[in-house]
Design a protein around this ligand. Structure first.
Ligand SMILES: C[S@@+](CC[C@H](N)C(=O)[O-])C[C@H]1O[C@@H](n2cnc3c(N)ncnc32)[C@H](O)[C@@H]1O
Length: 243
């Protein structure tokens, strides 16, 4: 078994899967309120931008991977209409349950699947669009996950990866201070778990930056990849086309 990153630590690959599960089991119940607090609501704008770039049409088939509490799936469901399909998936039961329950409370019944992005239970070329927001960073074999996303897309279909990325140099110091000093404290007070939010900050630092992720997507078979920096690179949206 080889080693991989869990934040700044080097751990056995199986241990990473277990620890990532622990993080999301722990934060699931406070996940949405923490997202609003720690991003000062900005995650809503980043997701709205992703949905705008996706430009899904009525009748499209959309797969949301690592969909958690369902923000993107819910937005896509409003666009594809009754002839379309949006499937909400996640590897973590606690997160997926919250997503499904939240959608049900809003009167939306979407198919959900508990599955690992590295082994998707869908036939090749099943979807017009695949999205993954703030999930790729947590995956052990990103190349494997990207290859799976490519496999389930139809030719001409698009993958949208919304993820934390490399912030512009002038903001680096203040961003580090916020991530390592402030964020874990907010996590401790609001979610009763500072460590999971320390992992969040560390995992962002070891995640491939804009150019490296673009390279991984090209290696996975995406012929064209656009990179959109958001909030000075705090987050980047990578849009890849299967061509
Ligand atoms: C930060 S949350 C993002 C949730 C949602 N997409 C959002 O933007 O609010 C990351 C999600 O990735 C999921 N995840 C981690 N590893 C995964 C994997 N290998 N396959 C599928 N989902 C995974 C976690 O369970 C968690 O729900």
């Amino acid at each position: 078994m080889s080693e991989t990153h869990f934040g700044f630590q080097k751990v056995d690959e199986r241990d990473k899967v277990r620890r990532v599960r622990g993080v999301f089991d722990s934060v699931a119940s406070r996940y949405d309120v923490m997202n609003d607090l720690m991003s000062l609501g900005l995650h809503r704008a980043w997701k709205a931008y992703t949905v705008a770039v996706a430009a899904v049409r009525e009748g499209d088939r959309v797969l949301d991977i690592a969909g958690g509490t369902g923000d993107l799936a819910r937005a896509f469901a409003g666009k594809v209409g009754s002839r379309g399909l949006v499937v909400l998936t996640d590897i973590n039961e606690a997160m997926l349950r919250r997503g499904r329950d939240r959608l049900l409370d809003e009167g939306m019944v979407l198919p959900t699947a508990l599955c690992d992005a590295e082994a998707l239970p869908f036939a090749p070329e099943s979807f017009d669009l695949v999205s993954v927001a703030f999930g790729l960073r947590n995956m052990t074999h990103k190349e494997r996950a990207l290859a799976e996303m490519h496999r389930v897309l139809r030719p001409g279909g698009r993958l949208l990866v919304l993820e934390f990325s490399k912030v512009a140099a002038p903001l680096q110091k203040v961003y580090d201070w916020y991530s390592f000093k402030v964020l874990p404290r907010i996590g401790k007070v609001v979610a009763g778990d500072g460590e999971s939010y320390r992992y969040l900050a560390e995992s962002i630092r070891v995640h491939p930056d804009q150019q490296a992720l673009k390279g991984l997507m090209k290696d996975a078979g995406f012929g064209h990849v656009d990179v959109h920096n958001l909030s000075a690179g705090v987050v980047a949206l990578h849009a890849g086309i299967k061509c």
